[in-house]
Design a protein around this ligand. Structure first.
Ligand code: GLC
Length: 552
């Protein structure tokens, strides 16, 4: 089918939306306990309205012992008292709606916290009980059951199995945790789990949320038949026939078809976006089928290294792949799980962002100018693509990664579980700077749960707000213009360039985007310049720069 033939209907707001991800504990703190909260978010809705986003996605705000930054939940239908109450949530949603901002929340169906009442009951009830059937318990291998039941690996390092002590004090069964040991996996073969999550979705949908981001959406359905199949390598490419024992099985789609029925019982229907962190394949967009979630995060752009061919290839592929299912198209550059994109693009070629974050003390230098220029260029490019764009809090300030957090400050389970070889994801979760000075740079009336570097001052909202050249101003202008320029055509025309480091594409309405990936200027193509990521003087486009041109 030609790229232009899929036309988004106007009422499908999410198909072209700019969604802003809030990591609640790091956004704004209203009460001075150093942890961001719902009242803090509410107090900053004006910033988001000025920025021009269509929706916010809130990472988990549920009660949590914080073994994995809130993705370890003890009650899926409540608010962590440190962050507020359900009434605060309702008030926040209402006020966001009054600003014209939709609200998307995170649903974490693959696992609970190990302090969830269900898991505590499972430990107390012992082998063979109905309580254990909510999770994935197995006897260990070897003569005395001292070995894990299978070779499955945790995403955070080490085995995905943990042995428990039975109520009588003897060494007992093992449970599966694909993430931290404090995050036992739920057993989605158990109808009670399916019913519980349908009820949870209904609970929040009735409180007027507009959509759901589904955590680890591709792992709920597992092949738990005996003997358990081998799965030692997390980095492999998944088979394209749905036959992997743990991930992206065909059966997982049945779950989302039942969710879609629920979502469509609301008017307007609730939107949803799947998170599936594995290499993008022709199967990735299946989650975005209109009969299922409607959207899936496409992380291929986020994983691409800075470079014309790398970017063009992944964009082409995403444009192509999403068409087959008629679902939404998404773009992401930064999130709470990866080093911030300006810093990534300034790493020496070939350096993996994870490798960069293993050194303490002497962090390989990243040139701030390159980070600044490339970060802005990549953003303008992303915002010109058809579909929906997801922004991560602080990227509108051009925040670089805080790469040199002291080991003693690290809280991400990746640090412990990797045996102190990977620093993990805290460097992109440092609380935001709102003001140039003051305690925690305006994050709250006191300190912040992760230390903020002194240089945050120069990146604050206050510092950038009135500066016409700031990154915040660029984001505001870009989002405003995007509303006017964006059309519902879901394809781009690729324009040939003489320079192999220059990318040029156009939308059907005459909106052209040119990205100069090299560090030297190139000729500026003809047309009226609407916006550029660096100041343009004369007729050339500087290196590491994106420009929007109108030829309408
Ligand atoms: C997702 C989240 C990540 C979390 C993991 C386990 O990948 O984005 O932050 O650690 O799921 O819930």
């Amino acid at each position: 089918m030609p790229e232009h033939e899929i036309i988004a209907a106007d009422h499908d707001w999410w198909r072209t939306a700019v969604v802003y991800q809030i990591y609640p504990r790091s956004f704004a703190d209203s009460d001075g306990d150093g942890i961001g909260d719902l009242a803090g978010i509410r107090s900053r809705l004006g910033h988001l309205a000025d920025l021009g986003v269509d929706a916010v996605w809130l990472s988990p705000f549920y009660p949590s012992p914080l073994a994995d930054g809130g993705y370890d939940i003890t009650d899926h239908r409540a608010v962590d008292p440190r962050l507020g109450t359900v009434d605060d949530f309702v008030a926040l949603t209402k006020e966001a709606h009054a600003h014209g901002i939709k609200v998307i929340i995170d649903i974490v169906p693959n696992h609970t916290s190990d302090r969830h009442p269900w898991f505590e009951a499972a430990l107390a009830a012992g082998p063979g009980s109905a309580e254990r059937m909510r999770y994935i318990f197995r006897d260990g291998a070897g003569p005395d059951g001292a070995l894990p039941p299978a070779d499955w690996q945790s995403h955070f390092g080490g085995s995905a199995w943990e042995r428990v002590t039975e109520p009588d004090g003897t060494p007992g069964q093992w449970y599966c945790h694909l993430f931290a040991r404090e995050q036992p996996d739920l057993n989605w073969d158990n109808p009670e789990i399916r019913e519980y999550f349908l009820g949870t979705l209904r609970f929040w949908a009735d409180l007027d949320v507009d959509g759901f981001r589904v955590d680890v959406a591709h792992s709920l359905a597992k092949d738990l038949s005996e003997p358990l199949r081998s799965q030692p390598d997390l980095d492999r490419n998944l088979p394209l026939d749905g036959s992997d024992p743990l991930y992206d099985r065909d059966e997982v789609h049945e779950i989302y078809r039942t969710w879609r029925v629920l979502f469509d019982s609301y008017d307007p229907p609730k939107m949803a976006v799947a998170e599936t962190w594995y290499p993008t394949t022709s199967r990735t967009y299946l989650y975005a089928r209109p009969s299922e979630l409607g959207q899936v995060f496409d992380f291929s752009l986020l994983k691409a290294e800075w470079g014309r061919d790398q970017f063009r290839d992944v964009i082409r592929r995403s444009l192509h792949d999403h068409q087959a299912v008629g679902g939404g198209l998404t773009w992401v550059l930064s999130s709470h799980d990866v080093p911030r994109h300006p810093s990534r693009y300034a790493l020496p070629p070939g350096t993996s962002p994870d490798e960069w974050l293993i050194t303490d003390g002497v962090v390989p230098a990243v040139d701030p100018r390159t980070a600044h220029d490339r970060g802005r260029a990549a953003t303008l490019m992303m915002l010109a693509l058809p579909g929906s764009a997801y922004l991560y809090q602080g990227e509108e300030l051009g925040l670089p990664e805080v790469a040199d957090l002291a080991e003693s400050a690290l809280q991400d389970p990746v640090w412990e579980r990797s045996g102190h070889t990977l620093k993990g994801r805290d460097g992109c979760r440092v609380p935001l700077p709102w003001t140039a000075d003051g305690p925690s740079f305006g994050f709250g009336p006191a300190g912040a749960w992760l230390p903020q570097p002194e240089w945050f001052s120069g990146y604050s909202v206050q510092t950038q707000g009135a500066d016409p050249d700031s990154t915040l101003t660029l984001y505001r202008q870009a989002l405003l213009l995007r509303r006017a320029l964006n059309a519902d055509d879901m394809g781009v025309d690729w324009i040939e360039t003489d320079d192999d480091q220059v990318l040029h594409f156009a939308r059907r309405n005459g909106w052209h985007t040119i990205v100069n990936f090299s560090d030297r200027p190139c000729p500026l193509p003809p047309g009226r310049v609407i916006l550029s990521s660096r100041r343009i003087d004369g007729t050339s486009l500087p290196g590491d720069t994106t420009v929007w041109i109108s030829r309408a």
